[in-house]
Design a protein around this ligand. Structure first.
Ligand SMILES: Cc1cc2nc3c(=O)[nH]c(=O)nc-3n(C[C@H](O)[C@H](O)[C@H](O)COP(=O)(O)OP(=O)(O)OC[C@H]3O[C@@H](n4cnc5c(N)ncnc54)[C@H](O)[C@@H]3O)c2cc1C
Length: 339
């Protein structure tokens, strides 16, 4: 089937910040051949291509002068099963959280801590999504991507993806790869990760002594629903800044000046700092300018109270970055892709 190309397409409902940007052209693609056709169309009309999944990690700072290619392919397949471990292959356009729930129903475990993260399966490797002590690299088997430079399909294993904290090779060359499908290695035997934050407390509160992966997923959904604003109610893109990773010397100096600083030791003597703590300390939590603001309870989340533009949210982010640099000498890196 030839996909439909729509001119001057409003993107407000396709990004969780609810930003009112317009795409010069828009196309929804459901399989590999439609992706190839859309790329061909863009080439013939000299349109730059912007790839979009669930729009939960992007900030449109202006209208898109090109073709927005919206990944909508669907399908979940079991590709191997040795009785203990399974490999599941998923099309890029599958929504992430329903896929996590589907794996739990099938009795395949490993994704429960990543419940309720918005977005699509295809975007998950781009920033190696992570939550509650698990990242997708921990359950990743491989993926197939289309190389826009050569037009060839390429298989990636975990090493080739170069996963890091909210990082991968795809984030480093955003316009090169279109992830078409992702494979996950999951287990039929639960191996629960409960050590992170309030998971155990929440399970105790619910009176659950021997939790199942489904219980863990439910607990995490409940914690997340309390902690993070629902984009449908208060548009946002989750954490707006990455947690900065600094040297141990810098961390020690910071701790000496600010004894309550939240620090997490990392490999190779590096230290991760809670960006939310820095922003909170600097007094930004609850700040609002026009319709762009910092969430009242979660300093790491920038929100759109209604009619903020992407440029206004970005301007607020720059003010926060400058202030944190001035106060603490720390660089805050923006997590969502600015388009
Ligand atoms: C309330 C909220 C909570 C969140 N919590 C978390 C969290 O706990 N942990 C976490 O890691 N993230 C979190 N996020 C961020 C976001 O959900 C993830 O980054 C998610 O993977 C983005 O998926 P998406 O489909 O919406 O991507 P989009 O926002 O559509 O795209 C993000 C980037 O990926 C690219 N991209 C999209 N699809 C593909 C593809 N098929 N191939 C190649 N590139 C592609 C886009 O071009 C863009 O550069 C949260 C966001 C929100 C709004």
């Amino acid at each position: 089937m030839t996909p439909d190309y729509v001119r001057d397409f409003p993107l407000a409902s396709l990004n969780t910040f609810g930003l009112q940007a317009t795409a010069r052209q828009y196309v929804r693609v459901s399989d590999d051949s439609e992706v190839v056709q859309a790329l061909d169309h863009a080439r013939r009309h000299s349109l730059p291509v912007t790839l979009l999944g669930g729009g939960s990690n992007v900030l449109f700072s202006q209208d898109i002068e090109g073709l927005v290619l919206h990944m909508a392919s669907r399908g979940v397949r079991l590709v191997s099963d040795d009785g203990v471990m399974v490999t599941v292959e998923v099309e890029a356009g599958e929504p992430w959280h329903p896929f996590v729930l589907q794996t739990l129903e099938m009795g395949f475990y490993g994704l429960e801590n990543l419940s309720l993260i918005p977005g699509t399966v295809g975007a998950a490797p781009v920033q190696n999504i992570g939550a509650y002590g698990v990242e997708i690299k921990d359950v990743f088997s491989g993926l197939t991507a289309l190389d826009r430079q050569s037009g060839k399909l390429v298989d990636f294993d975990a090493a080739a993806c170069a996963f890091g904290y909210r990082e991968s090779c795809f984030k480093q060359s955003l316009d090169r790869w279109i992830i078409l499908r992702v494979r996950f290695r999951l287990s039929r035997q639960p191996s629960l990760r409960l050590e992170y934050g309030p998971i155990q407390q929440r399970l105790q509160l619910l009176g659950i002594d021997s939790p199942t992966p489904q219980d863990v997923s439910n607990a995490i959904c409940a914690i997340r629903a309390e902690k993070l604003p629902d984009p449908k109610v208060l548009p946002n893109a989750g954490s707006f800044f990455k947690n900065p990773v600094i040297s141990s010397e810098q961390a020690a100096a910071l701790k000496a000046s600010f004894p309550s600083a939240v620090l997490y030791p990392q490999a190779e003597g590096r230290v991760k700092l809670a960006a939310g703590w820095l922003i909170d300390q600097a007094g930004w939590r609850g700040y609002r300018k026009g319709d762009a603001g910092v969430h009242q309870h979660q300093a790491l989340v920038l929100v759109n109270y209604g009619a903020a533009s992407g440029a206004e949210i970005l301007a607020l982010a720059r003010l926060i970055q400058d202030d944190i640099k001035r106060r603490f000498g720390v660089d805050l890196e923006i997590e969502p892709r600015i388009i």
